[in-house]
Design a binder for this molecule. Structure first.
Ligand code: SF4
Length: 143
């Protein structure tokens, strides 16, 4: 699956949930997206829910801002770094981020960074439209 198809698919699922939550306050919406509640109410939102597995080992894991507003991707590649193509990176160069390297590709590895899953961060960047928060994530604007 390309970055773009995942991104569009995930954003549509997010919007579908948000359409049901219009009666809730911002704080209630954020609480709804807590891992434990999402597992129960929105089992199709993330493939990991089926195994009751968290993507990060955080006690208070919130799924509202999966993926992350700081992630940047380009399925065509941003640049060549010798034999490898850079397909994604972290715009704030988080100290907890890393690079996943293969023979011909470089991808951002966010497995050590839980920034977008903290509720304080989500409150700070909250908008009801996930695509608006994530507008800088794809290299090309969505049509
Ligand atoms: S390393 Fe952290 S801040 Fe950077 S894109 Fe990944 S999750 Fe976001």
């Amino acid at each position: 699956m390309s970055y773009l198809s995942w991104f569009q698919d995930h954003g549509r699922k997010h919007a579908k949930i948000m359409a049901k939550l219009k009666h809730l306050s911002d704080a209630e919406v954020i609480a709804y997206f807590r891992f434990e509640n999402m597992l129960k109410e929105e089992s199709d939102f993330c493939p990991l829910y089926k195994e009751s597995k968290k993507c990060h080992d955080l006690e208070a894991l919130n799924c509202y801002l999966c993926a992350c507003p700081n992630f940047r991707f380009d399925d065509k590649g941003f640049a060549k770094e010798e034999a490898q193509t850079l397909f994604s990176f972290c715009d704030i160069d988080s100290k907890d981020g890393a690079r996943y390297l293969s023979e011909d590709a470089i991808h951002q590895d966010c497995s050590g960074c839980a920034l977008p899953h903290h509720e304080s961060y989500i409150h700070k960047h909250f908008k009801r439209d996930w695509f608006e928060i994530m507008q800088s994530v794809p290299a090309q604007p969505l049509l």
